[in-house]
Design a protein around this ligand. Structure first.
Ligand SMILES: [Zn+2]
Ligand SMILES: [Zn+2]
Length: 467
């Protein structure tokens, strides 16, 4: 690193340090010695560095944090997430935004110990990581508001409906002074009012806006003015444009597939569902964190009413539904509104109309987080390739011809067909015959980003081109 600094003639700017990053940050806590910008991007979780970082960043300074431990943040082990970030993660379609909100909660909580608090500038979920940009300020009075910025998440295990419960209440009196008190709850009954099942409890999560739209607008302006500055300008513009369209005051979201899968009906198009919500007088947006997200200020009862109206257009066979299933319970109630699915012009978000590069597909084979760098450096990458090549045949027997492969795939029941949403009909590579009693499809609530069409097992490494 020293040589690098020399070669570039930046000795007056760069001071390399080979030390425990925490020790370095703790040595710079005096106001005069704090850093204007701290960027944490470690292998694995940044959690061990957060306490030092929130103290070592200057007043109003910028703290950037990257988390690559998405499995933990996205709810694969809530208890591990709690130990690192002080919040329970839930398996949810909105897990990527929830991950961002858990990281923000964790940063604010740690800053609060030192009479400091965070103000989010931009929070991005991309590929296999999340990255947040926050400013850190000091102020005992404002720290008092932090409890009321966090919320617990109640999520129904049957239909996925969620409700947020703030941890504290901040109310302004006529004199302009803010009074803080305990929040009242819970926001849900012990059984889900829509489907009768129980709720899981997640959080606390940051429940305030996760971006500063003025800041995002300025970056977008800077990138658009000089697109050749970054190789990824197109993608930056696409993602930031979707971010500017996100409803800032509505945490989390549902997905199109989740809503229709719950009641086993066909999936309306995104434009149809968005139009219905707009016709009913509510706001709706996408989320940069998930394709097909439905972020809306409509109450869940309205959302389910709209889905009930949709189901009437192409009815689901009731005799195929168990009487205790969420689908049966939801569909046995008459909708209280008449949904209008006529497409509205304003239902098509501008980023979509302009055809911006918003949700990119994996750009190359074996795309994803790489293993930790080891002494010996470069060789590991090649060794991995080699191992991958050797293991490939071991896992799935020798290469099979297309007919064998088709026959093998036909042995797996089609998950989408079971949900009544497989658009492929006879063309589908998976079985559409009624599942035999023993064949139990995996019931995991996968994150929406992972295509769940392919069956588990040996075929998954070479899944056919779904989505
Ligand atoms: Zn429910
Ligand atoms: Zn199918």
């Amino acid at each position: 690193m020293r040589r690098n600094v020399q070669l570039n003639n930046v000795g007056h700017l760069v001071q390399p340090s080979h030390a425990d990053a925490r020790m370095l940050m703790y040595q710079h806590q005096r106001v005069s010695e704090r850093f204007d910008v701290i960027d944490l991007d470690p292998y694995g979780s940044p959690a061990p560095f957060l306490d030092a970082a929130v103290q070592a960043v200057s007043e109003g300074g910028l703290l950037c944090v990257t988390c690559t431990d998405m499995a933990v943040l996205a709810g694969n082990s809530g208890e591990t997430c709690y130990s690192k970030y002080g919040a329970m993660a839930l398996k949810s379609r909105a897990c990527h935004e929830m991950a961002l909100r858990i990281v923000l909660h964790s940063l604010d909580l740690r800053a609060n110990c030192y009479q400091r608090f965070v103000v989010p500038l931009l929070s991005v979920s991309a590929d296999f990581y999340v990255r947040v940009f926050v400013r850190v300020f000091t102020g005992q009075a404002k720290v008092k508001a932090s409890a009321s910025k966090q919320a617990l998440v109640f999520q129904c295990v049957g239909c996925g409906t969620f409700h947020l419960q703030r941890l504290g209440k901040a109310s302004g009196d006529p004199g302009g002074r803010v009074k803080f008190s305990a929040a009242c709850g819970p926001p849900v009954t012990s059984e889900c009012e829509h489907c009768g099942q129980r709720h899981q409890l997640g959080g606390p999560v940051w429940a305030e806006p996760i971006h500063n739209l003025d800041f995002v607008g300025r970056i977008l302006g800077a990138v658009s003015a000089n697109p050749s500055r970054f190789h990824t300008s197109q993608r930056i513009q696409g993602v930031l444009s979707v971010i500017t369209e996100e409803l800032p005051d509505v945490p989390l979201y549902y997905t199109l597939g989740q809503l229709s899968a719950t009641i086993h009906c066909n999936t309306p198009s995104l434009l149809q569902l968005r139009s219905a919500l707009l016709h009913a007088g509510f706001r709706v947006s996408l989320s940069h964190a998930c394709k097909n997200a439905v972020k809306t200020d409509a109450p869940p009862s309205t959302l389910w009413d709209i889905m009930r109206c949709w189901e009437k257009e192409c009815p689901v066979k009731r005799e195929r539904l168990s009487e205790t299933s969420p689908a049966f319970r939801i569909l046995s109630v008459e909708p209280r509104l008449q949904a209008n699915f006529t497409i509205r012009d304003d239902a098509n978000p501008s980023s979509r109309q302009r055809g911006l590069k918003r949700f990119q597909a994996n750009p190359e084979a074996n795309w994803g987080p790489r293993p930790r760098a080891r002494p010996g450096g470069k060789a590991t990458g090649e060794a991995m390739e080699e191992r991958r090549r050797l293991m490939q045949n071991k896992r799935k027997e020798l290469a099979e011809d297309p007919a064998q492969r088709a026959a093998r795939l036909k042995m797996f029941p089609c998950k989408r067909f079971k949900e009544g949403t497989c658009p492929r009909g006879d063309q589908c590579c998976y079985s559409h015959s009624p599942p035999s009693p023993g064949a139990c499809a995996d019931a995991s609530t996968d994150c929406a980003e992972t295509p769940s069409h392919s069956p588990p097992g040996p075929g998954s490494a070479t899944r056919p081109g779904v989505d």
